[in-house]
Structure formats: structure tokens, C-alpha cells
Design a protein around this ligand. Structure first.
Ligand code: A3P
Ligand code: MG
Ligand code: MG
Length: 358
């Protein structure tokens, strides 16, 4: 049995209901070897980068995380266990997932060029959603056949290099001048990450989301997080349209974790940092509308996600593993069962053993 949910944007028009502000309840870090630690040890502080920097510099020394390995929801579940042990009560979410999965879902009414596949399971009243790693690997390989003047790997490095150039590991008052001035010679390592875990709501569903946060503006306990992005300098009308689409992804991504600010590093075609701009996340949907020829609508994204999650909760009502699939360019999301019993590799033993006690 395959269940289908329509994704056409015109079905979800209209002002969205006010959305709860995401609230962080836990955080974790991966260190330079990508080892998990509870807490904020890998958090970085934003510090304005120097313009004119060459984002390709140091590419040969890039320490790159192998993202073909399937990490499932493991770190998110470990963090939830830690939180539940401290509070001695289970979290109340209906949906538990990575921010990346929610981003794909929210964007689908306007962007389904590549399609997606996820695995889901119902466990103790909540639906846990992970990426289907096989599908991710296959789409990546397909993308790599796409030729451009500058290798894809180098262009991807620019994004991480911009993070290295724009952050420091301690607040500026505790960081030496020397460190700040020599950020361009620091090795870029994307194994290291800081992740925030939040409780938020969309429509009638309470969601627990984990996602990477690039940097902090000030300091805890009331931190202002920032998202760092790079983008080519827009030159033609076509670039502008692409930029609008990019803005949608940036908005959704930051909106889901409650990240209020996005710092954009604009670059020349060959990767020289030319300009840095600050965008307030909240203003993006309005900004895009006021520029005319809007290609997307934030209210539709929210209305769609609310309706879809509610439907998903009515659809996935038994154990086993379910596939959530949206084929490239299709107008619906399909949901069907792929395993009749158990929870596949979505729920870890640690999580299961702890939850049984709880
Ligand atoms: P840019 O976004 O500046 O291009 P994030 O912005 O989510 O913090 O990710 C940091 C960088 O990781 C990105 O920098 C980009 O280089 C790379 N990246 C993220 N998602 C990617 C994807 N789906 N495909 C290729 N590269 C990606
Ligand atoms: Mg990031
Ligand atoms: Mg970023």
C-alpha cells in the first residue's frame, strides 16, 4: 500500500498560523576527529573576515569528513537520552529528525528538482525520520558527473573556508590578535561541528530538531546564532533567480533552528571574497516578495509542512520501517512500508534500552 500526499504550492496558499519560536534544550559537538561530546565545546564565535581573501587557499590541506558513512540519528538520540536522564522525563515531540530532513520537506512545494528519500519509524508515540543514505549516495554520484570550470570539490571547500575565515574558537576578548590576524593560515576541518537541539512546533505537531550551527554572535545563555553562507556575486537576471531560490533554502534552514542572522560572503567567480552582508532571517520571505517575481512563499512552506506532518502521523501508525519518498519533479510525496517489524537502524540500542526504563 502506497499513500500519497500532494505537494503543489497552490494547495497551501494563505497566511500561516504563528509559529512557536524554536527553543534549544540541548547541544552537542563533534571534535576535530568527529568524536561525539555532549555540550558546546566546538562552538565558534563570529568575527568579521578580511575581504580579498582567496577561498581556495589551503584546499590541499582540507581535513574533510567522509559523509558517505551513514550516521543515522545516532548523535541526536544520544543527546536526547542525556537530556531525559537529567530531567527524568521523556521529551514530548511527535517528530524527531535532523534539520536537513525538515528543510527538504518544507521546500518541496517549490523545489523538488533532486527529489528525496527518507526512512521513518514509529517508536513510543513519536516518528523518527532519517535520510535514506543509499539514495543520498546515488544522487551525489549523479551530481558529480556534472562538469564545471572549477572542480565541484573546490567550490564546496569555499563554503568551509569561509567558515574558517569568519570564526574564532573563543570570544574575541579571549582570543589573541595573532590568532585573529592569521585565520587565513588555519587548516579547514569540517569534521568539527557544533549542533543545537531544539523543540519547535509546526501546525499541530511538536518537533525535535537537531542541526549544525555555524557560529555565535555574542555568548550563552542567550546566544544569537548566525548561519554563514557564501554566494557568487549576482551579475545577471538568471543569477538573481537562483539567488532567490538560495534565499529560500537559507531561510528554511535558519528558521527551523531559530537562527536569527545570516552572514553572506559574496565571492567572485574564481573564489575571492569581495563583500560580506548581514541578512535578518525573519525578513527574507518579505524581502523576496517585495522584490517582485517571487519564486516561493514562506507561508506556503509552513502550511505545507504543518499539513504533511499531521498526515504523516495519521499514516505511520504501526511499527516497522517506512519510506518517505518524493521522486524528482513529482507532485506528491509517497509513503510506504519497507519493513513490517522493528525499527531498522533508525533507533539505537542505547535509546531503546534507556526508553524502556523510563
Ligand atoms: P555554502 O553554504 O557557503 O556554500 P552550511 O551552509 O549548511 O553551514 O554548509 C557549509 C558548507 O558545506 C556549504 O557552504 C557548502 O560548501 C557545503 N555544503 C553544504 N550542503 C551541501 C550540499 N548539499 N552539497 C554540497 N555542498 C554542501
Ligand atoms: Mg553549517
Ligand atoms: Mg553555513
Amino acid at each position: 500500500m502506497t499513500y500519497r500526499f500532494p505537494t503543489q504550492s497552490n494547495l497551501y496558499r494563505g497566511e500561516s498560523e504563528p509559529v512557536k519560536r524554536p527553543k534549544e534544550f540541548a547541544c552537542f559537538s563533534y571534535d576535530e576527529q568527529h568524536q561525539y561530546h555532549i555540550g558546546d565545546r566546538s562552538m565558534k564565535w563570529y568575527y568579521t573576515p578580511a575581504l580579498g581573501a582567496d577561498l581556495s587557499q589551503g584546499y590541499e590541506d582540507f581535513i574533510k569528513h567522509d559523509d558517505s558513512i551513514d550516521e543515522h540519528l545516532d548523535s541526536l538520540l544520544t543527546t536526547i537520552v542525556h537530556h531525559e536522564k537529567e530531567t527524568k522525563k521523556p521529551i514530548d515531540a511527535n517528530i524527531v529528525t535532523w534539520r536537513g530532513m525538515m528543510t527538504k520537506i518544507m521546500a518541496v512545494p517549490f523545489d523538488n528538482r533532486d527529489g528525496f528519500e527518507m526512512n521513518a519509524t514509529l517508536y513510543r508515540g513519536a516518528i523518527f525520520i532519517e535520510e535514506n543514505n543509499e539514495y543520498k549516495k546515488a544522487s551525489k554520484e549523479a551530481q558529480q558527473n556534472w562538469r564545471s570550470a572549477i572542480p565541484q570539490d573546490v567550490m564546496q571547500y569555499w563554503g568551509y573556508k569561509f567558515e574558517t575565515l569568519s570564526t574564532i574558537p573563543r570570544p574575541w576578548g579571549e582570543t589573541s590578535r595573532d590568532y585573529i590576524e592569521n585565520r587565513d593560515s588555519h587548516v579547514t576541518n569540517n569534521k568539527e561541528q557544533y549542533c543545537s537541539v531544539v523543540r519547535t512546533g509546526i501546525g499541530k505537531s511538536i518537533i525535535c530538531i537537531g542541526g549544525e550551527v555555524d557560529a555565535i554572535w555574542d555568548s550563552k545563555p542567550n546566544p544569537t546564532y548566525v548561519e554563514l553562507k557564501t554566494s557568487a556575486n549576482p551579475t545577471s537576471g538568471r543569477d538573481e533567480e537562483n539567488f532567490h531560490r538560495k534565499l529560500m533554502k537559507w531561510w528554511i534552514q535558519s528558521f527551523l533552528l531559530g537562527v536569527p542572522k545570516i552572514i553572506v560572503g559574496f565571492r567572485s567567480p574564481d573564489g575571492i571574497l569581495t563583500k560580506v552582508e548581514e541578512i535578518k532571517t525573519m525578513t527574507i520571505p518579505h524581502m523576496v516578495k517585495s522584490m517582485g517575481k517571487a519564486h516561493w512563499d514562506g507561508d506556503v512552506c509552513i502550511n505545507f509542512a504543518g499539513a504533511f506532518l499531521e498526515w504523516l502521523r495519521q499514516t505511520i501508525t504501526t511499527e516497522g520501517v517506512w519510506r518517505i519518498r518524493s521522486a524528482p519533479k513529482s507532485n506528491f510525496i509517497e509513503v510506504f512500508q519497507v519493513e513490517q517489524v522493528g525499527h531498522g537502524n533508525i533507533i539505537t540500542d542505547e535509546f531503546m534500552n534507556w526508553r524502556i526504563q523510563l
